[in-house]
Structure formats: structure tokens, C-alpha cells
Design a protein around this ligand. Sequence first.
Ligand SMILES: [Zn+2]
Length: 455
Amino acid sequence: MQSIPEHAFTTDRPTTLRRARSPVAFLPEVVGVAPDRDGAALVDIAIADGRVASVAPAGSGPALPGDVDLGGRHLWPTLVDVHAHLDKGHIVERTPNPDGTHFGALTATAEDRTRFWRRDDLIRRMEFGLACAEAHGVSAIRTHLDSQEEQGPETWAAFGEVSVAWKNRVALQAVALAPMDIFRGPYAEQLADIVAETGGLMGGVTRATGSRIEDGLADLDALLDRLFALASDRDLDVDLHVDETNYAAGATLPDIARATIRNGYEGRVTCGHCCSLALQDEATLAEHVRLVRDAGISIVTLPTVNMYLQDRQAGRTPRWRGVTPVTELRAAGVRVAVAGDNCRDPFYAYGDHDMLDTFRQGVKILHLDHPYGDAAALAGPAPAAIMGLSDHGAIRPGAPASFIVMNAWSMDQVLARPQSDRIVVRNGRRLAGGLPSYATLVAAEPGRPTEHAAA
Ligand SMILES: [Zn+2]
């Protein structure tokens, strides 16, 4: 098979990319293509001035002098990571999780936040994460930001700077994340104002400060109503951390669905994790899924991090996967996305902000294969719709010509290799530079001993 011509993705002149193979989930406006057994189709993509001009069945695109024949290679749009934690990222070396548990993650992160999370440290780590994401072919990220009273204002100010600096490279949204008991006090109002100024979302995790998720919140309904009132006054969407636990009892997802309906917020709420939903009996699962659907809630599954944290006990092999029942939710018509969550922090020691890797792992963990069907929607169109972005996660006329091109001709080839030789194209041009080195991250760390910086 021919290699990709050297002249490909080097000009703004009109060009047709011939015989590109893309999952039809990424081709919302193409008609008349026959999907292969993987749910992908061969198309001709005309690009001009850095944007997609047309997408048509292979053989029917316009013939232009600089055409590039991709020979049936997989070409995907740049992907969307709808649930990240850029503020926590890349602290694993200085503050590791003591035992790998969820509670260990909470305590280690709180310690690191108190000691280090000042403007320069936040910006340095957020920008490193964004550079990783961009190099892997991620063009939009929604990040949660730890927003406790003593941290929120400084973090949101730093995020504002990063968001402006990166606006032409990675589209960013942020969500205020804090234990729900902050909605008992006056700070919640100040936080909502900060969020509104930055164009962010209201959020939270359904537990109290310093306690475990399974301890519950007796006044959860009132706290949710306050959150929705603050969001509604400022016309903000909502994104919550929900039931990231292996205790089936005390699930808060139904409470959130009822609060969504009670407050007229149908279609504007996203819930991440929802791990314990998988531990409900069949009748309860069906009832909770129905409530989620009726409330128009979108669900985000974070399979790599949930497998890492859930059911972890020293000296014992985990017995369950800890991941969201994606198939049941999708079958009921609920919008579901897969996302990366934490990256090299106490909640997850690994990760590289690579949505293609998240999708590759998600297919295997969640059994999104045999057949693949429209599984690719979880990494592109679904998260883009949740973020309200029409220019990302799909290949459609008018959208930026931003792609991931792989030396893979079938979905099993996409999923079998890490695609380290992928070509990332942004606005019609091949992205140069590659991944940032860990050495640059460590060298810039305040107080770091020099022998580490020189590594
Ligand atoms: Zn999260």
C-alpha cells in the first residue's frame, strides 16, 4: 500500500482527499454510502482554505490538481474529550496516591492542591496537558476545575488565561467542581458569578466535604435545587460527578434526574461516571435509565479511570469493572460519550489526553464491538453535542479540515495498535512538533531538585 504523499496537508489550495475511510458516525451529512462491516465508509473529502468544502461517496468528489489518494486509510475528525481535569494533571510524581483508592486520591489531591496550586503551577500543568491533547488529535476539551472556596477564584483566573491563549488550538469549557455542601453557603453565589464570567458550567460531586460518596447527603434535594437556581439565573448548563462508587444503595442519579425535571433543566445536564448504576438489579437499572432519558440527561463514561479506582483493595484482585452500563443507556435513547477523566494524578496514575486511546480502550472494556455499529459516536459527535460544538467531532461541510489520519484500513487495525504514527491535521495542515517531553514539564517545576530537571 502506498504511503501518504509528501505534499499532502501542506497547502491551503483546494484539494480532494480521495478514498478516505471514516466511520459513518462521523459523517452526519453524507448520503448514499455503503458502510463496510465496521460501520465505516469510503468518501472523498474536498478541502479548501483549511475547511471541509464537501464530503461525498468515494469516486464522486471534485477532481483537483493536488488530490491525495488515501487508499482506504482511516481518517477521523479530531476528537472531543468532554470530561477532563486539567487542573489536577501531572502531579503524580510529587504527590502519588498512597494506596490507589478513591479516598486515597481525594486526600492526596487535597494535599497537593493546598501546597502547590498557584497560578504558575496551574498554567504550566494545564498547558502541558493541552499540548499532549493537541498532538494526539483532540480539538475540544471540557475540564472540571476544583472550585472550593479557598481554591476556586485562583484556578478560574488561571484557566481564563489558558483558555484565551489556546482558543485557536483546543476549544475549552470549564465546570465548577466542589462537594455539594458548598451549596449550603454564600460562596456558591460568588462561584456561580465567576463561572458565568468565564462562560463555564455549574457542577459538583454528590458528597460532602471530607466524606465519602457512599456517606450520602441528607439535604441533597435542597442542594440540587440551589445549584439549579444559581445556574438558571445565569443561563448556565450543569455537569455533575455522580455515583463514582461500588455501593448500589444510595444512588443519587435518580435524585438528579428528578431535580432536573423539577427545575425545567431537561437537555442541559450531563452526569459523569454513574458507576454504581451497573450494580443495580435489572428492574432498578431500567427505572433509573428511564428517569435519565426523561430528564434528557447526557451520560459520560470514564472507563480507564473507573477501572483503576473501583473495587480496589490491597492484596485482592478486583471483581468488577466499575464502568457505566453504556449499552443499556444507549438502547434507551440516552446520549452517551466516552472521555478521558484524570491524567497522571492521584485519581489515575496514567493517561496522555489521547481520546483515540480512550476510545480504543473503551471499546474493549465496554464491549462496544461485534458489531462496532456507531460506537465511534461516543468519541466525536456525542461529546461535541454535549459541549454544543458543531465544528468538532464530525466531518461535515464548513467545519475545519481537522483530522486524524491512520495507517489502518479496518477498525480492528485502528484498535490493535496505539497509532503512534498517526498524522494529525489541523485546518488543512499537518500538525508538526509531536508530543511535549516530560523533561520540559519537570524542568519547569518549582522547587524541583536539579538532577530531576536534567533527566
Ligand atoms: Zn472526573
